[in-house]
Design a protein around this ligand. Sequence first.
Ligand code: C2E
Ligand code: MG
Ligand code: MG
Ligand code: MG
Length: 279
Amino acid sequence: QAKQQGRNAYQWFTREITDRLGERVSLRNDLQEAIENERFELHYQPLIDRHGEVCGVEALLRWKHHEKGYISPAVFIPLAESTGQIMPISRWVLERACRDMVSLADQGVARLRVSVNLSPLQFHRTNFLTNLRQTLQQTGLAPDMLELELTEGILMNDTELAIDILHALRSMQVGVSIDDFGTGFSSLSYLRHLPISKVKIDRSFINDVTTSGHDAAIVQGIISMAHHLGLEVVAEGIETHDQHQRLTEYGCDIFQGFLLARPMPLDRLIAFINRRQPA
Ligand code: C2E
Ligand code: MG
Ligand code: MG
Ligand code: MG
């Protein structure tokens, strides 16, 4: 009886693994097809400053799958990282983001700073800086109009190399922000030695900032310490007026969230900006 159950469980288990592996393999093949045929889109989510003005945008990748519709980067980025497919994808993202910003400026819409998310693999490639310089040169985007978003984890491993790269970025005038801040293991006292310009408080803290005294205290603490270290603070995932108001009271510098604007394709971004800042 027990043995039979064990065998059933085993069969069920292998079945599930096979399904999952099959799904992964087919997703990986689809991803390859997407890379070759550029089935990606780059959307932009506005960042809003304390005066209510658009002070930049975050570039967010979208994969339009031929059968499954839009697939979230939260699903395919980790997969692409494990297969190495992140490299060609990242190249595409960086180049697209730079070109789009140059085109916005050329059309007289706005000169916007663009934040691009970096994957750990990308950051640790030896030719990362060379590629970056090349892309900036080829697209004509001024380096100070680019900001790179890194997670704490990227900085924690291979710290020496990471620090060298950060210094090189600073001397190029490319901005660096720490994304999803508060979810990793690093502390602001650790970050104080690094040449970075912003921290982005993770959405999970913003979510409960008006209902949890605990999260409110963490958020206030992060903002106060960051300001003492000369860093700007971005709050991500603002969905309600109360959250926006509370973060304004706490002195947060920059706001990002569905309340203010959703990620949108370039043409909608242009309309968004023109509507807010009539010529
Ligand atoms: P992230 O960098 O922390 O990006 C912010 C995520 O929060 C985005 O999800 C955005 O759509 C979402 N968001 C913004 N405001 C709100 C809000 O008010 N409420 C809620 N619920 N969500 C909000 P998205 O676009 O699905 O991206 C997920 C993650 O995938 C990103 O998190 C980033 O880590 C990664 N990612 C996206 N694009 C790229 C890329 O081009 N390269 C790399 N390496 N990673 C990327
Ligand atoms: Mg980000
Ligand atoms: Mg984030
Ligand atoms: Mg995130």
